[in-house]
Design a protein around this ligand. Structure first.
Ligand SMILES: NC(=O)c1ccc[n+]([C@@H]2O[C@H](COP(=O)([O-])OP(=O)(O)OC[C@H]3O[C@@H](n4cnc5c(N)ncnc54)[C@H](OP(=O)(O)O)[C@@H]3O)[C@@H](O)[C@H]2O)c1
Length: 223
């Protein structure tokens, strides 16, 4: 499977690349093709050091080229840049491409981390991304409650649940499969895309819990 990561040069992008390169062709995307290519080389070295041989690959190019060739496309970009990145990009994806949004609309204020849709009346990420898509039901929201620090460390023992929201069963199944491939992660279906704000708000919830209670690496696990 070709997995493209828009904004793959960031922390989450590195984590996704390191986890999925074992079995897939991962393509790092960036606004700058050279930066993507440099990041891909660095991640590939890190993956070979961690796992020895891998069955997949990691390469890098510009965001537009990544979008047009991916079977699964992850939007690993800040909330503030959804419109500028996605307009003119998401209409390049294949009709069958599943698009994943891990994007969290939050801000840090004096009282802690706050959820922008509640604080400022802005749309939640799933809504913002979806308006740029032709096949709107191919959007799946997931990965809001796993931090990059845990994903980028192949030796970190994960034991967490990941909320998944989406409207198309095939796309949700694809994302569930990719989550399950990461040892220690379990997909938990939360509902349709219109409920994705519940998954998105879980990130400021977790961060506030972590800071106020001096907890290290909290995550979510449904018991
Ligand atoms: N960090 C976490 O632990 C975590 C956990 C859960 C969910 N998330 C969500 O996952 C997404 C990615 O997180 P991240 O920490 O990896 O993000 P990040 O490092 O802040 O940004 C990721 C990439 O986005 C691109 N980017 C930055 N500013 C941009 C702009 N103005 N216009 C277009 N592209 C821009 C950059 O790539 P280029 O400069 O190479 O184009 C950058 O490397 C975010 O939406 C975040 O809310 C993060």
């Amino acid at each position: 499977m070709k997995i493209g990561i828009i904004g793959g040069t960031g922390g989450m992008g590195k984590g996704f690349a390191l986890r999925w390169c074992k079995n897939h062709q991962v393509i790092i995307g960036s606004r700058d093709a050279q930066r993507a290519s440099d990041a891909a080389k660095e991640y590939l070295d890190a993956a070979k050091q961690a796992y020895g041989n891998i069955n997949g690959t990691i390469s890098g190019t510009d965001n537009n080229s990544v979008a047009s060739q991916s079977d699964v496309l992850i939007l690993s970009i800040p909330y503030e840049n959804i419109d500028s990145v996605c307009s003119g990009l998401l209409d390049k994806v294949k009709d069958t491409c599943t698009v994943i949004s891990p994007i969290v609309p939050m801000t840090k204020t004096d009282i802690g981390f706050e959820f922008l849709p509640l604080k400022e009346g802005k749309p939640f990420s799933h809504q913002s991304v979806q308006k740029h898509m032709k096949n709107k039901n191919k959007l799946v929201s997931a990965f809001h409650v796993i931090s990059e620090k845990k994903l980028v460390d192949p030796n970190y023992k994960l034991d967490y649940d990941i909320f998944v929201c989406g409207d198309d069963k095939e796309s949700v199944d694809t994302v569930n499969g990719l989550i399950s491939e990461i040892s220690g992660l379990r997909p938990i279906f939360l509902g349709s895309g219109s409920l994705a704000y519940m998954a998105e708000i879980a990130t400021p919830l977790l961060l506030n819990v972590m800071i106020k209670n001096k907890m290290k690496n909290p995550g979510i696990k449904i018991l």
